[in-house]
Every structure is written in structure tokens, then in C-alpha cells.
Design a binder for this molecule. Sequence first.
Ligand code: ARG
Length: 600
Amino acid sequence: MSDLRTQLGEAVAAAFAAEGVDASLARVTPSDRPDLADFQSNGALAAAKALKANPRELAGKVAERLASDPRLASVDVAGPGFINLKLADAALAERATEVAGDADHAGAAVVEAPRKVVIDFAGPNVAKPMHVGHLRSSIIGESLKRLFRFRGDTVWGDAHFGDWGFQMGLLIVAVGDEGKAGAFLAEGDGPFPADSPVTLEDLERLYPQAAGQAKEDPAFRDRARKATAELQGGRPGYRALWQHFVAVSRTALEREFGALGVTFDLWNGESDADPVMAEMIAHLETSGLLVEDDGARVVHVARPGETRKKKLADGSVIEAPSPPPLLVISSEGSAMYGTTDLATILDRRKAIDPDLILYVVDERQAEHFEQVFRAAYLAGYATEGSLQHLGFGTMNGTDGKPFKTRAGGVLKLHDLITQATDKARERLREARLGDDLPEAEFEDIAHKVAIAALKFADLSNARTTSYVFDLDRFMSFEGKTGPYLLYQAVRIKSLLRKAGDQDLAPGAIVIGELAERDLALTLDAFSQAVTEAYDKRMPHLISEHAYRLAQSFSKFYAACPVLIAPDAAIKASRLALSKAALDQLEIALDLLGIATPERM
Ligand code: ARG
């Protein structure tokens, strides 16, 4: 059965149709005046306009048709023709019972036609510490992965590991120059040492050094280019060394992702697209898409007339194609970032044949994806609309610029988690939470609170907006925060434990009090929140629902005693409502990638 709002939408649509009015106008929304009604439909106004009829009269006729619906306690026409709908307590009770009985989905609807979906997120790179952009992508991507799976799609989360290209040549040369590459520099087929000659610290130190040197020293840059080309050409010693770089980085990254509660189904790298590269280039060539452009080879992706002003080196201004052509092979003969992304689309089609690929990547890469997607559509590697870039804003410091550490460097994910866990411990102690629990459990709680704070802070903002990093605020047990939601969930768990100790069990749900009505309405609203979050790829709609639910429960708990309710039937009903609220809250938090402790 669908949620009540959807059911009412259908009932109003049927009444519109019976009055000969366009049923698509029959939208039902939560009421602006919750004191008077639960839902409203404003459709009669637009419909009357189209029919040149009197809106109040039309609304009255629709209302009359709805009046006998047993799900409704009242139907009123207000103002110029709004239809106000108030649900019958019995209908709310029935729906709450249904939500309570739906252990897996807490009343949320699943998709009718499941799709195959690849979610390309996180995008960490070999040898480079992750920065806040990777953090946002990881948090949002993990949530979308869970949300799509929850709705019934088959989902592959892919880390799209940055393990290819010029950075790798830089590292090979830098490691060699430090005298660490030893046997790997030999020509020939090996065998090569099975142990890595470098640690993660080496890589993280050498990479920025090498990148800096390449900017100043053309000879160094040329050696790195040559090494890149030889690596990509398959030189065995370079491949073996590179595999160590990849493995060392990946082990460290997996540990960090593990701490963040982020997992991938695929750890494919940019390099995994390499085997289809030659075939792709040949295909682009024979189909006439790959054209010469000033020594490089590009695919034109702008449609006729799509231009923007571009200033040339001599100061003159021309109308240049917009988006600019996709650079496939540089004038030096190397494949580029866009080339790898295009080849990866082809590779994914061969391996998975997805209906949809979502790219959770910083908004600043929007043009890159526009170029790649258009090229993929032109080449026939994906169907129009099946590739979507889900950009996001930046996490800023209080200075309004992308967040940096106090020392001005990039914030390492590992350090961020440590910092957040320290703060969580402090807050828990201040609030005297968990202080009587065993040390290991307290540590687990502190970690969960820390991750909840970071993730909820991120996911309570619309994906596309930027926000300010403020650990103190994120970590508060009051307000719209992760710790507040965990605390509410734990409170319900404790209530249910006490009930169990007293041999009280949940029973049939009856709705009487206002706070019970509100809780039942909130439980009903989850399905719409999930559907909307899924359709818009906007996890913050789940965050909003979780917060609303926690608040609704809090009001219910204050107004409606559970364990000391006057009679057994009411106790059992309120316990069932509490249990339903907890289940739904935990599912909502899980969709955000947040785990709940048992107690605190
Ligand atoms: N590794 C890239 C970076 O650090 C992000 C990769 C995003 N995904 C993609 N398919 N291009 O910026």
C-alpha cells in the first residue's frame, strides 16, 4: 500500500476527473495550516481558470465527492478554493501499523523497474592525501549508493581510483632519484621485488615534491613524461613498481574509508580503462569524431551556435565553441583525464551495461563531465541522459575559502576523523553520557558520534550548496545535528529495553492524542522523502525527514507517557509507535551512512 499522501492524491485526481477536470492538477501537499488540516489541494484554482469556472464552486463539487471517503475525517473548502483534507484517526492508525510492520523499508516504496546503476564516487588518488572534496564525494556518494539500493536498483559503487597518467610518471622518476627504485629500473621482464620499496609516507612526501619540481625543471618534466609513456606502454619494471604504489595507497585509503563507513563494490582505477583505449581511439577515428586540432586530437562537442567569447593571446576576442572540444590525445601524444573517463564509460558498458552512471564529483568539474558525456553520446557509448554529473559545493573554512588546516595544508581524512573523535569524547563526558560503560564500548560510541556529526553536517545541506566547517556546532547534542539524532534513537532504544524488562510488548496502534497523530503523519511522510531524495539525488531530504521524525517523537514522548500510560492497550499502542519511530529513524540514518549505538 502506498503512503497516505499518495493515496489522497489519487482520490483527489479521481474526483477531479469525475468533474471533467484535468486530473494532473490534483496535487496534494502537506497543509499550510496543520491546526486545521493534514493535507491540502490547491488544484481547483488552476483548473477553474482553465475551464473559466468559479474555483470555489469547483472545489466544493470535488469536496462533495471526497466527503464519503472513509479515510477522511473532514473535507473543507477554504479561501478562494483550497481543499483542506483531514485524515481519520483510524486511517492514520492503519497506516502506522503498516509502517511498523515493514521492517525493511519502514513504509517507503520501492521502484517498479529496477535499474543497473554505477555510482562513481570518492575518486581518491595514488600518493595524494584525500582532501575535503574527496570527503564530500565519499559522504554523498555512500548515501546515494545506499538510497538507490534501498529503492531496489542494482548498484555498483566504484572508487574510480586515480592511478594513471602523469602523476605516476612523476612518482617513478622521483622514487628513482631517491635511489629507492633499484631493481625496478632494470629493463626486461623481471622478476621484480615482491615488497614495496616505498611506504605511504614516502609517496605522500615525494608526490608534492615531484609535482613542484616538474613545474620548474623542464628536464625533470620530460623524464616524468617519458616514464609515464613507458609505464602506459607496459615496461615491466615500471608496471611492477607502479603496482606497489597502487597497493600501498589503496591499503591506507581503505583503512580511512573503513573508519568513515564508506565501502565500494569496485575499486577500479583509471588504469582499468587502458585496455579499451586503443579500440576506442580507433573507433573515434573511423567514425570521424576524432579531429586534428593544433597538433592535438579532439572531439567537438558543442552544437552549432553554442559559443562563448574567448580572449586570445593577442588580445582579440573570438566566438569559441562552448563547451570546448574534448581533448583526447594531447600534442605530445598522451591520453588525458577526459580520455580515461570516456574509455571508462565504454569499459563499464562492456562489463556492466548500466542504465545510469552517476558521478559524484565537485561542481568545479562540471564542464569536464559535460564534454565527456557529450562525446560518449556522440560515439554511442551511452544513451542520452544516462550519464549524470552530481556536483556539490565546497566545505569552507570560516574564511569562506575551501577548508584548510590551521597550518594551511590540506586536511587529511585520517586527521579529521581523529579530531572529530577527540571532540566527541569530550562532549560525551561533558554531557555525562556513556561514562558508566566499559571503555571499549565508550570508544565505539565516541567514534559513531564523530562520524554521525561529520556526515550529518554534510548531508543536512543541499548537495549543491557550500557550507562552513564548524566542528563545535556539528558535535552539539542539541539542534539539527548527527549527535542529536543518535541521542534520540538511543533514548527510544532505552525506552524499549525498559518496556521489555517490564514484560510489556507493542500492540495494536490506536491514534487519539494530537502528538500521536503528528507522529503517525511523520511516519507516513518517509516514503515521499525517500522518493524525492532519490529522484533529485538529494540526500538532505532524508536528513530533514530524520530530524522531523526525531522532533515528532520527542513531542510525542513528552505528551504521551508510554510506560506509565493509564491502560494496557494504550501502553501497547504507544510502544508500537515508539518502535516504529525507532526503526524508521535507524533506516533513515543508515541511508545517510550513519550507524546508531545501542546506548550512550
Ligand atoms: N581523482 C579525481 C580527483 O581527485 C576525481 C575523479 C572523479 N571521477 C571521475 N570519473 N572523473 O579530482
